[in-house]
Design a protein around this ligand. Structure first.
Ligand code: X90
Length: 275
């Protein structure tokens, strides 16, 4: 009997899972403090601290040793990372996988570049859990998850892009727009795993309409996962609107972890969904 494990970096916002699972934390840093994106993190306290902090803040992905520790003891590992276009997480996981398979030639690690983050990673993890519980082989699951990824999407709506711009993940010009009071930036994870801006929406109502319009373009039917950064009210409105527009969906709302919270900032909403 082979043993399966799912490992992801903490960008997936998943802390606990039904199958064998580990979340490998990214870190958020200033010159004075380091926040580890695990169970010990108080997100609200971190956000408040960062809003007041005048210096530079940044994030750091897991290193090879941290990934290796999460793999240890398992024969078949599926490892889901944040998009390799915006983070070194995939590369360090890939290095760890190579090392692991050299040490244990009979074991397997598939490192999956989510080309996304948050709730879209969560969908991939849920799917992996389902395929494992169906008793499929490592190779079958590897093929099916690749296919599945063609049918998952990520849309985001942000009130501020301050931390994204400060860390070189979006241009300062785009970030400035998000800083305008009442303007929300609606965008998506592109096919290449980059941040693609689609709307500059004025007001929450317009933002919700723009999110739905973008979901209509790809179609939506199946699972929807909403991860928000201290914005339950708008998430619930969005849930109602999604259920009304796409009746064949099941929506689950949850909260972001530290990494997505750092970049999405207060009010930010990420939507992962199946088409
Ligand atoms: O390696 C690191 O330090 C992590 C860097 C992560 C940078 C981007 C995180 C974005 C989080 C913001 C909106 C969603 C964008 C999705 C684009 C694929 C959430």
């Amino acid at each position: 009997m082979s043993t399966f494990k799912i490992v992801s970096d903490s960008s997936s916002d998943i802390r606990e899972f039904s199958a064998a699972f580990s979340s490998v934390p990214l870190k958020i840093r200033t010159d004075e403090r380091e926040f580890c994106d695990d169970d010990t993190l108080n997100l609200s306290e971190m956000l408040t601290y960062l809003e007041k902090y005048k210096g530079k803040s940044s994030s750091a992905c897991p290193n090879t040793a941290e990934w290796l520790e999460a793999f240890e003891g398992y024969e078949n590992i599926f490892c889901v990372t944040i998009t390799s276009s915006l983070s070194g997480s995939y590369n360090s996981a890939y290095g760890a996988a190579k090392e692991y398979m050299e040490k244990y030639p009979e074991r397997h690690v598939l490192v999956i570049d989510s080309l996304s983050t948050g709730p879209e990673c969560a969908l991939v993890i849920e799917k992996l859990g389902q395929l494992i519980s169906e008793g499929k082989s490592f190779d079958e699951i590897s093929a099916e998850i690749k296919e599945y990824q063609k049918h998952t999407h990520l849309i985001f709506a942000l009130e501020s892009m301050h931390n994204l711009a400060n860390n070189g993940r979006v241009s300062p010009i785009v970030a400035k727009l998000a800083g305008v009071i009442g303007i929300r930036i609606v965008g998506k994870a592109s096919d290449e795993g980059t941040l693609e801006i689609m709307n500059k929406s004025r007001g929450a109502k317009r933002m919700l309409e723009d999110i739905i319009d973008n979901m209509k373009k790809t179609g939506c039917g199946g699972k929807v996962r909403i991860h928000h950064c201290e914005n339950p009210a708008v998430s619930e409105k969005l849930e109602a609107l999604i259920k009304e527009t796409f009746p064949e969906t099941s929506v689950v709302i949850s909260t972001v972890g530290g990494l997505c919270g750092f970049y999405a900032e207060r009010g930010g909403i990420l939507i992962g969904y199946e088409s």
